[in-house]
Structures are given as C-alpha cells and as structure tokens.
Design a protein around this ligand. Structure first.
Ligand code: PLP
Length: 340
C-alpha cells in the first residue's frame, strides 16, 4: 500500500509538471568551471526559482566551437564560466547578446573593466592566477628538485612527467599560452614551449585534468589555475602550489547570453543570479577558490591572494581577438603539438 502511495505521488508530480510545462528544462546552460560547481549552481538556481535548468560542463574552447556551429539555430541560452578571453572572442564574432546585469554596479573594478571591454556582452564572475603544482610525495620518492619557475619545467629531470591542457579546447591552456607570450615575447615563448614539449607527457582536452592527475600521483607536475590546485589540496592531496618566479597570467571567468537564445528572459535572470553574492557563494560552498567579482561576495578562505602574486598586465583585448587566438593556436599546433 505504501509503495503504491509513493508511486502515485511521483506520478502526480510528473503529470503536473508535464501539464504546465514549467518543469521541462527551460534554460540551457553550458558551464566552463569545475563539475562540482556546475552541479551546485544548478541546484541553487532551481531551489531559488523553481525552474528546472539543464547544465552541462564543457571545456572553454569546446563551448566556443559549439556556439559558433549553432549560430543559425542556437540550442544554448547561457555560457557560464570559463576563461574570459574566449567569451570576448565570441562577442567579437557577434555570437553574444548584450545585457546589463542587475549587479553590475557592485562589481570590483577589474570586472567592470572587463564588462566595458566586452561591449556589454560578457560579465566577469571571478578571477584567478595561473601557476603549476607538483605532487610532493612523488617528487620526494623520485629524488627530484622542486621547480619554482616556468624555466625549471624544461629541466630534463622532468622528462615525461608534466601535463598541460590543449589550448584548442582548454581555456586554462590558452591562458598559459597567452601568458608565456606576454612574459617572454612570442618567439622566446615558442622556444620555451618547444623545450617544455619534451617533458609533456600529454596535452589533456580539459584544463583541470593535469592538476587532478598530479594530485593523484599519476603525473608529477600539472600546469593549471592555482585556485584549482588549492581545491585539490583541500581534498587532502599532497600538492605544492607554485606561483612561478618569472611572474604569471590570470583569468577573468565570465558569463554571457548567447545571441538568439530561446529563453532570453530566463537567461537574464540566470546572469543576475550568477553575479549576486548568493549565486557567487555557490563557488565557495562547492569547494572552489576563485576570487568572486561582486564586492559584496565573501572571499573563499583559501583563495590565493592575487595581489601578492607577480602578475603580467594581461592584455585581454589582444588575446581575446579572433585573429590573435587563431594565429597562436595554428602556430602551437604546427610547432609544438605536432611534435609531441
Ligand atoms: N576549472 C577552473 C577551476 C577554472 O577556473 C576554469 C576557467 O575558468 C576552468 C576549469 C576552465 O576549464 P578548461 O581549461 O577545461 O576550459
């Protein structure tokens, strides 16, 4: 009897939602951050609004490619998370819908600058510095020196012991490529990448895979965002996180509405939530360590202090332009990836 009652309740809920159409997914979000945060955001947004949404995790370059491919008939409403220079690129290809979010006046200056640079098409939601991390247990076991600089990573001692993302699909890895070009100059950066290539075990499609592999001792060193490494360290893995001695680059993660979105009003509501202290709090609540863009949002306790890190004055306009990105990726594929 109890079983029948429970079944009836589920069936009634299903029929109600089918009848009203409310519960059918009315917003499609592609999510560029860690899976844990994607899931937490879905839960929080649905609890707040009562609207069921579809949230799928993809790497940043893959999201850009999907939105490009679907330009004539978009299936995605919102692109939430992932490195901002890729959002800027989509904006300059006329793939995004301008929107002035409700919380824009509460944004920190770097996020306000980013919003202006995008022509009002993308809003900054978090920032974080690039770096690398190594597995301390494995390093000790292998009796290898501890790397502290980008240049150290080309040491023959680390042959086949480093993972990095593929910049074609990974926003993290494109930030790495753009950072090295800004730090060393383009030709020197490519000479560096060619030397590093000897030590790269593989280029992973996703940018967080290298740090997860280093955390578990599947590789020695992972190049990643430092906040991503902090999350792994907090999970108990023996990582030492390095802000490279030469300096480093950083990302501004962004949110954008896709041009031609089918659910435009719901998309705007989602963007407002993503910029609110409540929406940004889902990051820290799911173990993430980026610096939130809303001045009223709480800072995750273990977030790397980006003001203490030697940072390049990252040129988002140049590295977010379609021509520059395509040209650097072509050069990376021809000179580096082809020889791995
Ligand atoms: N994971 C974290 C924690 C990030 O901050 C970002 C970029 O915003 C990414 C992943 C991006 O993933 P991918 O490099 O796969 O595009």
């Amino acid at each position: 009897m109890r079983g029948i009652t429970a079944f009836s309740a589920v069936a009634a809920l299903w029929l109600a939602s089918a009848g009203t159409g409310i519960a059918a997914s009315s917003l499609t979000v592609l999510c560029g951050v860690d899976e844990m945060w994607c899931a937490a955001m879905k839960t929080a947004y649905e609890a707040k609004t009562g609207v069921e949404i579809s949230v799928t995790r993809k790497s940043t370059g893959d999201i850009l490619n999907q939105i490009r491919a679907e330009k004539a008939a978009p299936t995605v409403d919102v692109w939430w998370g992932g490195t901002g220079d890729t959002h800027l690129q989509a904006g300059s290809e006329n793939l995004l819908e301008p929107y002035q979010p409700a919380h824009e006046r509460d944004m920190l200056p770097w996020a306000q600058n980013f919003f202006a640079m995008s022509g009002g098409r993308s809003a900054g939601i978090y920032a974080g510095a690039l770096g690398f991390a190594y597995n301390a247990d494995l390093l000790r076991e292998l009796k290898l020196p501890a790397p502290t600089c980008w240049k150290d990573l080309t040491d023959i001692a680390y042959r086949g012991r480093i993972q990095s993302g593929n910049p074609n699909s990974s926003g993290t890895a494109f930030t790495t490529l753009a950072t090295l070009v800004q730090l060393f100059g383009e030709d020197e950066a490519f000479r560096y990448l060619a030397a590093l290539n000897h030590n790269i075990e593989r280029y992973t499609p996703s940018g967080s895979a290298p740090i997860k592999a280093a955390a578990r001792g599947e590789t020695l060193i992972g190049i990643s965002f430092m906040h991503d490494a902090v999350t792994q360290k907090q999970a108990g893995f023996p990582l030492v996180i390095v802000a490279p001695c030469e300096g480093t680059g950083y990302e501004i993660g962004a949110v954008s509405i896709v041009k031609g979105a089918r659910n435009i009003e719901e998309a705007k509501r989602f963007v407002d939530f993503a910029l609110s202290p409540e929406g940004q709090g889902t990051g820290a609540a799911s173990g993430q360590n980026q610096v939130p863009s809303n001045a009223k949002s709480g800072l995750p306790l273990a977030a790397p202090d980006i003001s203490m890190i030697k940072m390049v004055d990252y040129d988002f306009a140049t590295f977010g332009s379609p021509e520059e990105r395509s040209r650097l990726l072509r050069r990376f594929d021809a000179e580096i990836a082809a020889t791995n």
